[in-house]
Design a protein around this ligand. Structure first.
Ligand SMILES: [Zn+2]
Length: 374
């Protein structure tokens, strides 16, 4: 089957890789119908040393279940499913607390023998705890919005929850990438009265304003802090969503939080230490956040997506086929695109489709041998 493999900074290839297949009785085999490129995929795209072994990429995807292991109860062949960006068993102490990102038996896609999401098929471990069956078809017009529940919308929501956003609050969102924009949606959904978006790209700001941002601050550093203070009568924001992860953005987030406020961090930190710790201490600011347990949020957010109350899929402003994924990385890295959707059905030649069908048939055959011996 074909899948996305990264070999170094700027070096993304579509290659033939071993067929995805069931290994454990708790696995599901999912044929991917759509996937996404994540802002976090851009970190290795900028920094990965060439010469390392190729890395299978992708952790946001929707697909159709082709086969399941003998222990799987809640999903079956033919189901349309969305996966969170991490897999989890759904039963351990942390999963039961809604912290599936710390599952004792969970893990990441694209590591060891677990496929990445940017390919034709994925072996999903712990299928019962991980996958959510969708009540709509794989070709539904809502799929881009549903796909955001695998990461960016759940992550934006997690930032809002960690920052204690509630009715009537003043919220600041640091970062106008897909997660920051979803953070705006989440803040509005949770009742924020005022939402200040810190960002500087005109297309992103325009979308953020449509999503509910009431003010925009395009300055950076000290000037941004000063602008937010002006907008909040010198007090700062109750809730700050840090959606970038750089030292400067984290510092800004902490400085614009008002005394007693909270900062929800979901940008992957690029520094080991938290800046401005002493001033933050004296303001009694709570610092929360981390990798979002998006599995916990899918069930909460999915009804709003299906009803059209929120439309986070609008962050996708480019659609590519699997062969065009390398250019999708380039476009996101060059800020030509906010977020790229990979449509596995977007193929330019019939023989590709035939090729894939033949591979799917082979996978099914192999899956049958593995899990359903007669
Ligand atoms: Zn667990």
């Amino acid at each position: 089957m074909r899948a996305t493999v990264m070999y170094g900074a700027g070096d993304v290839r579509i290659e033939d890789v071993p067929e995805a297949r069931l290994i454990e009785p708790t696995d599901a085999l999912v044929a991917v119908t759509c996937a996404a490129i994540c802002g976090s995929d851009l970190w290795p795209y900028k920094t990965m040393e060439p010469g390392e072994a190729g890395r299978r990429m992708g952790h946001e995807f929707i697909g159709i279940v082709e086969a399941v292991g003998t222990d799987v109860q809640t999903v079956k062949a033919g189901d349309v499913v969305v996966s969170p960006f991490l897999w989890s068993d759904g039963t351990c102490v942390f999963c039961q607390e809604g912290l599936q990102s710390d599952c004792l038996h969970g893990g990441r896609y694209g590591s060891d023998d677990v496929d990445g999401g940017q390919g034709e098929a994925v072996r999903v471990p712990q299928a019962d705890g991980t996958l959510v069956v969708l009540p709509v078809g794989a070709d539904d017009a809502l799929m881009p919005s549903v796909l955001t529940l695998s990461d960016v919308m759940g992550t934006g929501h997690h930032a809002a929850v960690a920052a204690d956003v509630g009715p009537g609050t003043t919220v600041a969102v640091v970062g106008d990438g897909a997660v920051g924009l979803c953070g705006v949606i989440a803040a509005k959904r949770l009742g924020a009265e005022r939402i200040i978006l810190l960002g500087s790209y005109p297309d992103r700001i325009a979308l953020g304003t449509e999503f509910g941002a009431t003010d925009v601050v395009s300055e950076r550093g000290d000037e941004a802090v000063e602008r937010v203070r002006e907008l909040t009568d010198g007090l700062g924001a109750h809730s700050v969503l840090e959606c970038v992860g750089l030292e400067e953005s984290t510092l800004t987030a902490l400085q614009i939080a008002r005394p007693g406020g909270a900062v929800g961090r979901v940008g992957l930190p690029q520094e080991d230490s938290v800046p401005d710790a002493i001033a933050t201490f004296f303001k009694n600011v709570t610092i929360g956040g981390g990798p979002a347990p998006v599995r916990a949020y899918i069930e909460e957010l999915l009804p709003d997506v299906l009803e059209g109350t929120i439309a986070p899929g609008r962050v996708f402003d480019r659609v590519v086929g699997l062969d065009e994924v390398p250019d999708g990385y380039r476009a996101m890295n060059d800020r030509e695109a906010i977020k790229v959707l990979i449509d596995l059905e977007k193929e330019d030649a019939d023989d590709r489709v035939d090729h894939r069908r033949a591979q799917q048939d082979r996978r099914r055959g192999r899956a049958g041998d593995r899990v359903a011996p007669i």
